[in-house]
Write a protein that binds this ligand. Structure first.
Ligand code: SF4
Length: 378
């Protein structure tokens, strides 16, 4: 398939839905509950709702929305650290647009900007580097966050700053790794998952093999998939086929983009710049050992944590918990649907988000809200 329309072809979609419906009861077997399949990535959640895929699936399949949005798993305490850096008079704090609206315990970066801090939205870390070149008398910090998808670009930007000998540029590193996050989900006693749709863009960087532990250690089938409707439907068909045939494998539906070995140059840049972090607090998932990364000592001069003596909270393993009435943590872990949160579509909405899942376009609350899934009956 070469063109976008071909990935949205209704006739092919219909055939796949029919085949999923035929196989699903066989795949479910003797399970009391429907097959619970987690789509790890928020991009997949949006495709499921935007194209009505979720409502086409048979009752034997229940989609569980995962934490695969880097903005959504950002703890409030980390936003507080961002604000603390941005409040330094010499600093230009740069970030992607959606991160600006995530509430911290005191304020969001957008509120910090309104209060006079120099917070600027950029489209890439290289934009931040350009700002640093133009403002040698200021400290320019880029808020580096995301799963493995964005790690190569921040690593390469840091290496470029290093080569140029720029002294006024640093990364505030909040990158996290997908396989370790999946492992934490698999060991969560509240979750009973049967299989995974794995994120295509992360897999484009890491390849297929880092997921081998999911099938080997936890016996959960996994299919790497893309973001078009036919990608998702084909991946679901591949997954139910595995169940029906009694197989448990890592399969790659997105082979047109995802090489088995990943992006070798990107992985090299990641390994050069980052190392595993001891404390990695995830919103809703708690402290996940070895899931986050930090900048290696060789590049300490480009590490905003070291430059600004932060993060006090992270370095001590402390966390910033959400207020009790906001159920972001339970929605993130997949044990609660967005409409079950008392704030959903009432006090929390895209115009006035109380949690990151409503801020980010990839957040499951934003997806439910955008596509009218405001209550169970809808
Ligand atoms: S509706 Fe708002 S407060 Fe509730 S879980 Fe979603 S983002 Fe969090």
């Amino acid at each position: 398939m070469k063109y976008m329309d071909e990935f949205r072809d209704p006739a092919t979609a219909k055939k796949l839905v029919e085949e999923i419906k035929r196989l699903a009861p066989i795949a479910r077997g003797q399970r009391e509950m429907p097959l619970q399949i987690m789509e790890f990535c928020g991009g997949h959640t949006h495709t499921l709702f935007k194209y009505g895929i979720a409502s086409m699936l048979p009752a034997d399949i229940e989609m569980v929305h995962g934490p695969g949005c880097p903005v959504c798993v950002l703890p409030m305490a980390r936003v507080d650290d961002c604000v603390a850096i941005a409040e330094q008079p010499s600093v230009i704090f740069t970030t992607f647009g959606d991160a600006m609206r995530v509430p911290g315990t005191r304020k969001s970066l957008l509120q910090a900007k309104a209060d006079g801090c120099d917070v600027r939205m950029v489209y890439s870390p290289m934009d931040a580097l350009a700002i640093a070149r133009k403002n040698p008398e200021r400290e320019v910090v880029f808020f580096a966050l995301g799963f493995e998808t964005t790690m190569p670009s921040t690593a390469l930007t840091l290496l470029q700053a290093y080569r140029e000998g720029l002294k006024n540029f640093s990364l505030f590193c909040n990158h996290i790794t997908t396989p370790a996050t999946m492992r934490a989900i698999l060991t969560d006693p509240d979750l009973r998952l049967d299989g995974f749709l794995a994120p295509g863009h992360v897999s484009m960087v890491i390849g297929a093999h880092p997921y081998d532990f999911v099938t080997r250690d936890y016996r959960k089938p996994l299919v790497i998939t893309g973001f078009e409707p036919l990608d998702i439907l084909q991946a679901l068909w591949m997954l139910v086929k595995q169940f029906a045939e009694g197989r448990c494998e890592v399969e790659n539906q997105y082979a047109r983009i995802v090489p088995e070995a990943g992006n070798v140059a990107g992985l090299k840049a990641i390994a050069e710049v980052y190392e595993t972090r001891e404390h990695s607090e995830f919103r809703g998932l708690g402290n996940i050992g070895d899931a986050g990364v930090q900048i290696r000592d060789d590049y300490a001069a480009y590490d905003a944590e070291k430059k600004f003596g932060l993060p006090i909270d992270f370095a001590q393993g402390a966390v910033g918990y959400d207020p009790e009435h906001l159920k972001c943590a339970d929605v993130l872990r997949g044990v609660m649907k967005p409409w079950e949160c008392p704030a959903f579509a009432k006090t929390c909405n895209p115009q006035n988000p109380l949690g990151a899942l409503m801020v980010s376009p990839e957040g499951s609350c934003a997806a439910y809200y955008a596509y009218g899934k405001l209550a169970k009956r809808s």
